[in-house]
Design a protein around this ligand. Structure first.
Ligand code: PEP
Ligand code: MG
Length: 575
């Protein structure tokens, strides 16, 4: 028995046999082809490309009605890569100009393209390099005559692989779970596993080399743990946990329609974070009273052009429709600049997290920003929309953004299109400078939303994507807690709503702490809504605020931890 640790993608615990999938870079044959045989070699490559395109098309056609909505989009992205001249034309030229065989030409071009993505600042875009590799792998398999989808033979199993393409995941209908060596929380594997509601752990480094086919494994998607060849005692323990979790989930469902009100009558807003417009409906079904964070950058990713104003408008309108009249907070583009659009021309920043991200990029590209602002304004004519500006640090960023919103309003008005002239405009507090000068921000904006993911990263100088410093990423560091508390207090003083929309809002271990700080709006992944609601229903804000203000008075992390433990001493006893 041994265990492996990776990145938790969620989905609970599953126990089953391993199916280890052969993926990625079996040896690519490299040889030269005589000039007279080169056209034939190009034809061989084109036939393989056609085969794979056909496979993807067939898979898309046969997607069941209940397939996750991301599935079709991911298959389309892969089909687009098959047409991408940077991959295909370049491979063709390698065959004709250098006499390389089809496999060599394609693999080297895919590696070069994937490398360009890997250089990018933005973690989401870096992951897109893997899509290129996955598509190339499938073509290489077809060239070698071993194409087709991996077979889910026999009983349902936990699939273990170095990497897995979305098409493969969808073909593995009997998957109990996925254990994947590569990827992070934002990889397609992760996104798809979450929406398939299948337990998954990614970033296991070398799991696929250590695990043998047919071995029994326990996959704990919530804690990112994989136990290989467990003994009877461990198996029994995890079976109990599995049963308890099922029971718990069923019990929690009863809270969906219960108002999120504390024992002392404080009403709390529970909102959802979404990445794609289609997720709004699921969020509403899970009990969300609104969307607190729509990460609009997902509309811009995985493509070489920008979404048009109409396309964005439709996406925002779809989210509003999904929420059935409840408010939707659309965050403007939070992405690492135009490198997404043309990586070959945009220089890589030396220190990407501190570079031209989010609002900095949008203000540097006002025409692109105006397109998004007009689309958001037009959506506000269809339902309650709030606009949220990411990564503010300077007051002139607010001035410039408000001026651009004004300009966009005039343009939409001139066209006679409806919009809400009173659409609230808020800002994210996720840079320590913004939290420390929060009064400046709260005066100028209609609401604030605390992005704890970045606030922790920037306060503690910990790259949130670097696993080597992950242990130092401490949401409960006294400095972080003070910044959060200061922001909430400033909002309350000014009578402006303040939300938390980082991961901390969805952590039930932090619910009482945030309630005690005076927070009344939480926005999180829909899967956490009911767990947090249960904490709220058992909490008394009056009592918590005294305990939390004492806790905030100490700089000693040990005392902070003890204070936190006291807040939660008995999770089922009111506090
Ligand atoms: C945050 O930083 O907490 C946040 C919600 O934004 P993102 O995770 O998208 O950077
Ligand atoms: Mg952020």
């Amino acid at each position: 028995m041994f265990s492996l640790h990776g990145t938790a993608i969620g989905g609970g615990i599953v126990i089953g046999r391993a199916r280890v999938l052969e993926s990625r870079r079996f040896d690519v044959a490299r040889y030269h082809v005589q000039p007279e045989r080169q056209p034939g070699e190009v034809a061989r490559l084109e036939a393989a490309l056609r085969d794979v395109k056909g496979e993807l098309g067939t898979l898309a056609e046969h997607l069941p009605d209940d397939a996750p909505h991301e599935a079709r989009a991911l298959l389309e992205v892969h089909a687009m890569i098959l047409d991408d001249p940077l991959l295909v034309d370049a491979a063709r030229s390698q065959i004709l100009d250098h006499g390389w065989n089809a496999e060599w030409a394609l693999a080297s071009q895919a590696d070069a393209l994937a490398h360009q993505f890997e250089e990018l600042d933005d973690i989401y875009l870096r992951e897109r390099g893997r899509d290129v590799q996955q598509v190339a792998d499938r073509v290489l398999k077809s060239l070698s005559g071993s194409g087709g989808w991996p077979l889910a033979r026999g009983e349902p199993a936990i699939f273990v692989a170095a990497d897995i393409a979305p098409g493969d995941m969808l073909a593995l209908k009997s998957a109990l779970g996925f254990a994947i060596d590569l990827g992070g929380t934002t990889s397609h594997t992760a996104i798809l596993a979450r929406s398939m509601n299948v337990p998954a752990v990614v970033g296991l480094a070398c799991g696929s080399e250590l695990i043998r086919d047919d071995e029994w494994i326990i996959l704990d998607g919530d804690n990112g743990v994989l136990i290989v060849a467990p003994d009877e005692a461990i198996l029994a323990e995890y079976r109990n946990r599995q049963a308890a979790m099922r029971l718990e989930r069923e019990k929690l469902k009863r809270l969906i329609h219960v108002p999120a009100t504390t024992l002392d009558g404080v009403s709390i807003q529970l909102h959802a974070n979404i990445e794609l417009p289609e997720e709004a409906e699921q969020a509403r079904e899970a009990g969300a009273a609104g969307v607190g964070l729509f990460r609009s950058e997902f509309l811009f990713m995985g493509r070489r052009d920008l979404p048009s104003e109409d396309e964005q408008f439709e996406a925002y309108r779809l989210a509003l429709k999904g929420m059935g009249g409840a408010p939707v907070t659309i965050r403007t583009l939070d992405i690492g600049a135009d490198k997404a659009l043309d990586p070959s021309v945009a220089p890589t920043a030396a220190n990407p997290a501190l570079g031209q991200r989010a609002i900095r990029y949008c203000l540097a590209e006002p025409e692109m920003f105006l397109v998004q602002l007009r689309a958001i304004l037009r959506a506000s004519g269809c339902g309650p929309v709030r606009l949220l500006i990411p990564m503010l640090a300077h007051s002139h960023e607010i001035d410039q953004t408000l001026r651009l919103i004004e300009q966009a309003r005039a343009q939409v008005q001139a066209r006679g299109q409806p919009f809400d002239p009173a659409m609230p405009v808020g800002g994210m507090i996720e840079v320590p400078a913004a939290a420390l000068s929060v009064n400046l921000f709260v005066r100028r904006l209609d609401f604030l939303s605390i992005g704890t993911n970045d606030l922790i990263q920037y306060t503690l100088a910990i790259d949130r994507t670097d696993h080597t410093v992950a242990a130092l990423y401490d949401p409960f560091h006294p400095a972080v807690l003070r910044l959060i508390s200061m922001t909430i207090r400033a909002g309350r003083r000014a009578g402006k709503p303040v939300a938390v929309c980082g991961e901390l809002a969805g952590d039930p271990m932090a619910t009482r702490l945030l309630l005690g700080m005076g927070l009344s709006e939480f926005s999180m992944h829909p899967a956490s809504l009911l767990l947090v609601k249960r904490e709220i229903l058992l909490s008394d804000v009056g009592q918590l605020s005294h305990k939390v203000s004492r806790l905030l008075n100490t700089d000693d992390p040990v005392r902070v931890q003890a204070g936190l433990a006291r807040l939660r001493l008995d999770p089922h006893r009111p506090a």
